[in-house]
Design a protein around this ligand. Sequence first.
Ligand code: UDP
Length: 320
Amino acid sequence: MRVLITGGAGFIGSHLSDAYLERGDEVYVIDDLSTGSFENIAHLKTHPRFHYTIDSVHNVPVCAELVDQCDVIFHLAAAVGVKLIVESPVRTIETNVRGTEVILSLANKKKKKVLVASTSEVYGLSTEVPFREDGNLVMGATTKGRWSYACSKAIDEFLALAYWREKKLPTVVVRLFNTVGPRQTGQYGMVIPTFVRQALAGRPITVYGTGAQTRCFGYVGDVVGALMKLMDAPEAVGQVFNIGSNEEVSILEVAGRVKELTQSTSEIVFMAYDEAYEEGFEDMPRRVPDISKVSALVGFQPTEKLDGILQKVIAHHSGQ
Ligand code: UDP
C-alpha cells in the first residue's frame, strides 16, 4: 500500500511512518516542519520505501500529486499544543481549516480514503465523563483563544463527515486524547515532555492550576496501532472514534511520578493558569475517553501504563 501522511514529520506522524515501513508499505510524507521536526524522520531518509516533501498542505499542486500517488491518506498536519494555539490563533485556525479543505477536496477527486485526526479538545467543557463520540461538545467563549483549536477541529470533523455523506468519499475521524512517547517536544506546552525535561535539569516542575485536573496519557505506539487498524476497517468509514488511554491521573500525580522516576531534586511548584497561558484561561477539570467504540470495532486496548510510558520518555530525553 502507498500511504500519504500529512504532518508525517510530527511526533505521531513519524511513528506512523515507522510502523507502515515496518509492515512493508510505501510511505509518503508531507510536512512544513512548523511544529514537526526533520530530526523525527532523519533515520528514514535513506529508506528505499520512504519519500518526503518539505512543504505545506496549503500547496495544492504539490498535494495533488501526492494524493494521486497514494492509496490512502492520513491527515495529521495541524497546529497543535495549547501554548502554540493561545499564542498564534490565526495560524491555528488557518492551518487546521484550510489544510483539511485542501486534502479532502483532492482526495475526493480520486475517492482516496482519508483518516482525519481530530482531538479530544473538541469535548471542550463537557462534564459528561467519560466522553462518548455521540456526546455533546461544549465550547467556551470565542474571546478565549484556546477554543479556536476545538472549533477548527470540529469544522474539520464536520467537513470529513459531510464528504462521506454527500460525496461518498470514504473518511474516518479520530479524536486523539493526550498522546505521549519519545520524540514529543515540550516546546508547544505538552505536559509530560515539559515535566521530564524540567526534572532532568533539576529545574522546578511547573504544575498549572491546582494540579487536580486529570488526563489520560496514551502511548504513541498504541495510538498508531489503532490508526492503522481503523484505516484497514471498511466499517470505520463515516464514523468518529475516540483513541487514547483510559487510565486517569491528576497532573500533580504526574509531577510526582516524574520526580520519583528521574530521582530528581526538582521542586514541584504551582503556577496560575493566567500566568502560564493567558488571562481568563479555561482548563478542563477531567478528560477521559470512552474507548468502547474503537475497542469493539478493531479490538483496540491500550497496552502501556503511565509508568512505562514515563520511563520511555525519560530514556529518550536522557539520550539513552
Ligand atoms: N500542564 C502543567 N504544566 C505544564 C504544562 C501543562 O501543569 O508545564 C497542565 C495543563 O494545564 C493541563 C495538563 O497539564 O491541565 C495537560 O496539558 P497539555 O498541554 O499536555 O495537554 P492538554 O490536555 O491541555 O491538551
